[in-house]
Design a protein around this ligand. Sequence first.
Ligand code: HEM
Length: 190
Amino acid sequence: MECMTLLPFVEWLASTRGSIALHESLYMYPLIESLHVLTLMLFAGTTALLDFRLLGLGLRKVPLSDITAKLLPWMFTGFAIMVTSGALLFYAIPVRSYQNVFFRAKVILLLLAGLNAWLFHAGIYRSVERWNHDEVLPRRARMAGLLSLVLWALIITSGRMIAYNWFDCDVTTKPTILWLAGCTERNSHP
Ligand code: HEM
């Protein structure tokens, strides 16, 4: 099974008073999850608008720098709320989330989406003044928009799938899934 594992740490996290209180709370967990879903509109909505402009699918007559100047503050606000509420959802059920293949996929996809955004801003976007008013943007800008749309769609889908226990350690018997989820002898299906 896993050589590098955070399991002892997440098991300790699950034993903390805060995690137990959040896990057993009647209203707090659903409220935090509702915030996680509601903020999706703000974050994913503004991100999609920017990606559509990058792909030339909308707002073609609006200079890109105008769109980023207007939308980035909302995107960052939405992202900060998504990450904070997400971390609380993880804190409430740390062991199950940590050993959930969809959650693991989501973390990897989040890192890839972050890398794509960073490469765009540190790369092609530095020369935006040269193509800011173009309706069809340079190929690397369009690729960044397409990758962003695909990655965020996969992140949202994998987030939705976390709730389903199809591949939980005590349910699945598939060796590959057990390995990917970091299941241990202790909590695997007998
Ligand atoms: C901007 C980034 C994020 C997006 C777009 C996102 C999206 C989602 C979506 C769509 C769901 C399904 C909600 C539902 O239908 O019930 C979800 C669930 C979840 N997210 Fe996120 N998430 C993000 C960041 C995070 C982070 C950073 C964490 C943890 C560190 C996290 C932890 C979770 C957990 C544990 C659930 C499962 C809740 C449950 O089913 O009980 N999320 N996420």
